[in-house]
Design a protein around this ligand. Structure first.
Ligand code: ZN
Length: 505
């Protein structure tokens, strides 16, 4: 074996073993969210903390830096989009970024985020932002230090966004989100001006839990979630995670007097799961077999949840099946009625309960605020008022208290700054992809009306899933759609929907 070959073998063995550890840690976390008896929590925290330390050591192992250095000029690295080239490029990128962070800062952040989450949970319960404010100040101060350590001084937000959307820059994201906001504010006002009321009372009827679960399993399997390689369970906070190349687990929660949360939540998580299941199994743990970015991951969940699951064609096919499972609640309901109900647009206080259109304004508000905070243009103590001001301005509503306002999300307390925009990037990417897929495949709603989701699934498998992280999100979108990020397909989609809903009245 020549030197390059042996270095490559050492590197790939190292990555494969790290993947074993990470997937084992994921299983511990899944178990914690779904099965763990209450008194098992302390030992579980020790297990997870120890595993996290092992993983961190492996990912910052100086040998990794040496191997990558030796491979930098090798043929294996020549094409950055090949399996080996993407592996070397992405590992090097992450290694460099991690290596810049002083251990002291990493430890300070770990402590601040752990305490921050506890204080946040208390503060939310007590409706007391002032109790959380000093901790939030500390968290943002450490985030500024982190950006400075990464060498990003111009706009520190760049360094933070990059953790979730590698290579994305704040300025173009800001421009896209601003244009999206300018289109959405009047569109939402038009949809909710009261001239065309949308009645969703049919969604508030009786939906027994067992029937919900059976229907969800039927639908998610039909769109492509493979239950031989995945599971559906119950958790307080729905999520989807993988614990190996053939082990993808999603969760949901049921409300027997409301149809939407479990159903659309499950379609959403199944979209994440279908993506994980479409990754190349033989490349598991390597960039070629890993999801591309949080924005691309979210594009897959949003695509199935909204662009497919809230379409008229989808309900032409599935409403008869829904009537089978919920005969008493849906016997008198037409496809048009049901389609309108699941597409009701209504400004509301809580992000996770928001509809397809207003959701993006919830995200834009958070993005604008966290960017102002990180740039010292907004003081933490002024955050609640700034929050309420933006809710009034963009959504026409005022949070009655901090619990339903500035304290509703866990993200900032956990140090997830720069994360929020990836939700809207996901919505934007999903519409770009869907428009492109429709251009290639023809009228997709006709397929859905026949219960045929195969052509769209195959398109996604080839175009998005098989690419893994051989491309970064901007590169992937450029390759697929000719544009890195473009809000117009999403705006067109929402405008058409509003017109259709209003016209159907
Ligand atoms: Zn998601």
């Amino acid at each position: 074996m020549n030197s390059t070959e042996s270095v490559w073998k050492q590197l790939t063995d190292h990555v494969r073993e790290t993947a074993i550890l990470k997937s084992t840690q994921a299983l511990l976390e899944w178990d914690q969210q779904t099965m763990l008896p209450q008194r098992g929590v302390d030992w579980r925290a020790q297990q997870i903390t120890w595993m996290a330390g092992q993983i961190h050591q492996r990912e910052t192992d100086p040998r990794l830096g040496d191997w990558l250095h030796e491979l930098a000029d090798a043929d294996l690295a020549a094409d950055p989009h090949s399996e080996s080239g993407a592996c070397i490029r992405e590992l090097q990128y992450r290694f460099n970024k991690k290596a810049k962070l002083p251990l002291e800062l990493v430890e300070q952040q770990a402590t601040a985020h752990s305490i921050g989450q506890q204080i946040w949970a208390e503060a939310r319960k007590d409706n007391d932002f002032a109790a959380f404010a000093p901790h939030l100040e500390k968290i943002f101060a450490l985030k500024r230090e982190e950006a400075a350590a990464c060498g990003v001084t111009e706009d520190p937000y760049d360094a933070l966004l990059d953790d979730y959307e590698t290579g994305a820059l704040t300025e173009p994201v800001d421009e896209v989100l601003t244009r999206l906001k300018e289109a959405l504010v009047p569109l939402i006002a038009q949809a909710t001006d009261g001239s065309v009321p949308v009645d969703d009372a049919i969604l508030h009827r009786s939906y027994p839990r067992q029937a919900q679960e059976a229907f969800i399993r039927e639908v998610t399997a039909a769109i492509g979630f493979d239950y031989q390689r995945g599971r559906l369970d119950v958790a307080a906070h729905p999520f989807c995670m993988e614990s190996g190349p053939h082990d993808c687990r999603m969760t949901t929660r049921y409300n027997e007097s409301l149809f939407s949360p479990a159903f659309f939540g499950s379609l959403h998580e199944a979209g994440h799961g279908i993506y994980e299941q479409g990754l190349r199994t033989e490349q598991y743990g390597f960039p070629a077999g890993t999801w591309c970015s949080l924005g691309i991951h979210e594009s897959q969940s949003r695509l199935w949840e909204n662009l497919v699951g809230r379409s008229q064609g989808f309900w032409q096919h599935f409403l008869p099946r829904a009537r089978h499972w919920f005969p008493e609640s849906l016997a008198d309901v037409s496809v048009d009625q049901f389609h309108r109900a699941v597409n009701r647009i209504q400004p509301s206080l809580i992000r996770v309960e928001a509809d397809e259109a207003t959701y993006n304004l919830h995200i834009i508000i958070r993005f604008e605020l966290e960017r102002a905070l990180i740039n010292n243009q907004l003081a933490v103590q002024d955050l609640p008022e700034a929050w309420n001001q933006k809710y009034r301005e963009y959504l026409g509503i005022t949070p009655p208290d901090e619990r339903n306002g500035v304290l509703q999300d866990i993200h900032w307390s956990a140090g997830l700054v720069g994360y929020f925009p990836t939700y809207s990037l996901g919505n934007i990417y999903s519409s770009q992809m869907f428009a492109r897929a429709a251009g290639d495949l023809g009228d997709l709603e006709e397929d859905f009306a026949r219960g045929d989701f195969g052509p769209l699934l195959e398109w996604l498998r080839t175009a998005v899933h098989a690419a893994g992280n051989c491309y970064r999100s901007g590169e992937l979108m450029q390759k697929l759609t000719g544009s890195t990020i473009d809000e117009r397909p999403l705006i067109d989609h929402l405008r058409q929907k509003v017109d259709r809903i209003c016209a159907a009245a």
